[in-house]
Design a protein around this ligand. Sequence first.
Ligand SMILES: [Ca+2]
Ligand SMILES: [Ca+2]
Length: 142
Amino acid sequence: MPFLDSCYKIITDTKTWEGSALDCESAGAHLVKFTSQEEVDYLHNTFLLPLGSGSVWIGLNLKNDSFYWTDNTKLNYSNWNDGEPNNYGGSNEDCVEMYVSNGRWNDLPCNYEKAYACERGMLIAHNYIKEIILISYCNLSV
Ligand SMILES: [Ca+2]
Ligand SMILES: [Ca+2]
């Protein structure tokens, strides 16, 4: 289902953050990147609430003490849960999950295995093959 020129897909097979990022990439997508509250609300209402509980990896991780999206852009808009990011116990909480319950974010260790949210920009569909992949990806999301 497209929103702001993107399609989204939640994969409920659990993987580490790195494994999740690679799996999204293998589908020509990336772990979801949020640039507005509207995008958070859309993903939360449409894809997360139906899951009932738990959390999903999103495309944020810590590099050189700052959080970056997987396209190496710095965090601009953010939606942290209360008291986060807290790097709990100094335990290398270098990757970020999004709660199904409220759509807010928490940092936690990257080697945890979680469901994850991929996003594919529609603007990459420049040729016939990519367009077919895009259409099927969007269809899988609804
Ligand atoms: Ca996005
Ligand atoms: Ca945390």
